[in-house]
Design a protein around this ligand. Sequence first.
Ligand SMILES: Nc1nc2c(ncn2[C@@H]2O[C@H](COP(=O)(O)OP(=O)(O)O[C@H]3O[C@H](CO)[C@@H](O)[C@H](O)[C@@H]3O)[C@@H](O)[C@H]2O)c(=O)[nH]1
Length: 432
Amino acid sequence: MLKAVILVGGPQKGTRFRPLSLDTPKPLFPVAGRPIVQHHIEACVKVKDLKEILIIGFYAIAQMEKFISEMQALYDDVIIRYLQEFTPLGTAGGMYHFRDQIRSGNPKAFFVLNGDVCADFPLQSLYDFHASRASESLITIMSTEATHQQSVNYGCLVIQRETGRVSHYVEKPSSYVSTFINCGVYVCSTEVFPKLAAIFHSKANESHFCLNGNGKDQGHIRWEQDVLTPLAGTNKLYALPVPNWWSQVKTAGSCIYANRHYLELYKETHPERLVNAGFKDDGGDGSSHLICNIYPDVHIHATASVHPTATLGPNVSIGPGVKIGPGVRIRESIVLENAVIQDHTLVLHSIIGKESVIGPWARVEGTPTDPDPNKPFAKMENPSLFNSEGKLNPSITILGSRVNVPIAKIVLNSIVLPHKELNRNYKNEIIL
Ligand SMILES: Nc1nc2c(ncn2[C@@H]2O[C@H](COP(=O)(O)OP(=O)(O)O[C@H]3O[C@H](CO)[C@@H](O)[C@H](O)[C@@H]3O)[C@@H](O)[C@H]2O)c(=O)[nH]1
């Protein structure tokens, strides 16, 4: 039997995700019509013999319980639970704290997935690789290549080509180590728990490491620095470099990028979630009707209404209850629940928040922050909001929830906090 742990962190961690994280915990933000973490769950339930998924974070249970019960209803062959840390315990402290839940039933191994990555997760191949080295391997890391320049923003691994052993691991090094990076996806043997126990007890003995000293709980353990770094070079740490699409989801801009890739994956995994050439299934009886002009890939929730003269795509996700008027043009964007986009409005490279209303003949446009297509292995940059001159770096436009854009106004490369009534044009601004 196998299990999976998904690390979702908690409210303080989502600051680069504002204003989107103000009303939805980041792991539940919809990308390609499904919460970010549902994509992890869908990858896990495909693994043979995987029986339980434990989502570990420090969000309040009330914020997660509806999602968990929806997931449990959808995937009833697998147990899905949320375990709340009483305080942030780091990337390994939660696993140690909930060790009895992870070990119960005696799983052969368990996956660990960072909740803030998106990927075409090759979990079965990762497990098969791990199992083939089970006599030695304690942890197998999913790895991918990055550019020299970007690699230092990740955990970097030196991998022995023939064996897959990791001889050296440095978390976010200050200078170049390797272009092979840690994807934040692992298979672990339960033999890792004695290691975590030793780390926990040695931290407890360190006099400076107390609850009020550095502000972190004694149970705070860093998976990367405390576990992976010392394990490298001991023949117990392996890595499997994979060519699959993979990216972090740190900023709102990376959601547009992830949206595009998950929509593309749907062609193989869930073609029913895509709208084909402008036709939408009427439900059950095999009939379909023209809804609008489509440039694939586009996902439209069954409860959204789109005028037949609107044009959507490529890479657009339309949420539940959204209303899109005549002549509207939307591309490379995510439109959230119950938003209204009125006649002849243009939306490009943007996220439109829940219940926002964009009046007719308006223009809401952002600038994509995609990886450089001319650099092999380039990843998403996660630029800071402001440049060295204190000006907003051009990025996607985000309208928080319940924002009102009146008729014929233009909003370019701007971030608008919830509940704002805009009354003029905006360019490169944060509207607080
Ligand atoms: N439960 C829990 N989860 C946590 C905590 N702290 C972080 N997490 C979760 O653990 C994941 C990684 O946490 P970060 O601390 O944000 O690390 P990172 O900068 O993304 O780097 C990690 O991921 C990279 C790949 O995306 C790796 O390259 C890197 O080596 C490292 O593992 C995220 O999903 C985050 O929500 C915690 O205290 N508790």
